[in-house]
Structures are given as C-alpha cells and as structure tokens.
Design a protein around this ligand. Sequence first.
Ligand SMILES: *[C@@H]1O[C@H](CO)[C@@H](O)[C@H](O)[C@H]1NC(C)=O
Ligand SMILES: *[C@@H]1O[C@H](CO)[C@@H](O)[C@H](O)[C@H]1NC(C)=O
Length: 218
Amino acid sequence: MKVAAALIATLTLVASTVMAGPNPVVINKRVFQTDKVPFIPHSTGLFANWVGLNIDFRYVRHVFNEVNTTHALGNGTLISRGESHITVILPTEYDQILHPAGVTIEELNHLATTDKNSMNRLQRADFGLECLGRVQMVTKADGVFQQSLQLILKNYQDLILFREDVFKLFVSKGGNPALFDPENFKPHITLGYRHRDLHVEDGVYKGKNACIRQVVAR
Ligand SMILES: *[C@@H]1O[C@H](CO)[C@@H](O)[C@H](O)[C@H]1NC(C)=O
Ligand SMILES: *[C@@H]1O[C@H](CO)[C@@H](O)[C@H](O)[C@H]1NC(C)=O
C-alpha cells in the first residue's frame, strides 16, 4: 500500500511538473502595436526586394537577450540583426516568381501601405504569437551545425489577406497561379542565429513543429 501511495504521489508530481512546464518567455504586449512604427520599404536589388511588417525592436531585444544567454533556449550565443520584422513576401518569391511576371516592388509597397479603409495596411495587421521556435540542422554543403531562433506567429489572417491581394495582382499580370500560394508561408520574427539564418530552401519549416517554449504576451 505504502509503495503504491508513494508511486501515485511521484506520478502526480511528475504530471504536474510536465503540465506546468518550464518558464514561458514573456514579451510586452505592445509588440503587437505595429501601427506605431513605420512601414519600411525594402527595394535595393537582387535578394533585397521583399515586403515586411516592421516590429518595434524595443520589445524584442530583451527576448533576444534571454535566448542568447539561456543555454536551454539558444544553445550558445547568437548573432542578432539588431532589428525585427515579419517577412510577408520573401525575397525568393519576389525575385523568382512575382517579378518575372511583371509585379514590381513599388506595386507591393503600395498594396502594403494603402487600403480602402485605412492607411498603412500591413503595419495595422493583427497577429498572435504561437511560441518560441528553433530550427537546427547540419547544412549539407559545408557540414556546419546551424540554428536559428524565432517567435512563431499564429492568427495571422491579415497577412494571408495581403498575400491574397498580391496573388490577384500576380495572376492579373498573367502569372502562373501554380507558382504562388498565399497561404504557403510560415510567418515569424527572427531573433538570432548561429552562423546564418535557415530558410525553407534549407528544408526547415518555422511553424508549430519548431516550438520549443511557450510565449506569453502581457
Ligand atoms: C547545441 O549546439 C551544438 C553545436 O555547437 C550541437 O552539436 C548540439 O546538437 C546542440 N544541442 C542542442 C540541444 O541544441
Ligand atoms: C550574446 O551573448 C554573448 C555572451 O554573453 C555576448 O558576448 C554577446 O554580445 C551577446 N550578443 C548580443 C548581440 O548581444
């Protein structure tokens, strides 16, 4: 009886520990007030044309610092870009798919900043944070261990709607609809990385699959 009671007590303890989990990463909920920072156009050449939602780095810097100094999260020190954003149209989508069909970066920037009802449409987008994510792999070409950490998004319907308008523009110019899927992207806020960032071209997916820690915004 005693043994059984001790076993049950132990199992209860284990279960509650698992459910409580390690400390979540906390972020200031003002990070969602992206309409308070300007839209930044990115249009300076090959691999440099893309569309992003600018995020106030003041609310992201301490999350980077925590990840950079917590081994269980960052697994060593990381490089920071010193800014934060959500890429909404990738450089590869622009260079390889949209631009060859005649879509210009100016048209995309116009779509991002103009709307029937409001100015600065993209900066006004609503989104939520799913978790802290981490992707890791040994890259084939050089055999180097790479890793990248990011805040992974959820509830980003506004971003999908923007991409749907980009899709309509692309198709109206004769673009092949098979080549651009508004819903096929994994929006995130990059925090830092080991040597270089990892991308879908490397074969990594920055979705729920990559979650390592809960994020709480308050
Ligand atoms: C931590 O990084 C090293 C490379 O420096 C890697 O070999 C190892 O798998 C990583 N471990 C975890 C738990 O991420
Ligand atoms: C990350 O942490 C290391 C070790 O504490 C530190 O030297 C480095 O400056 C930090 N990186 C940034 C970008 O703050």
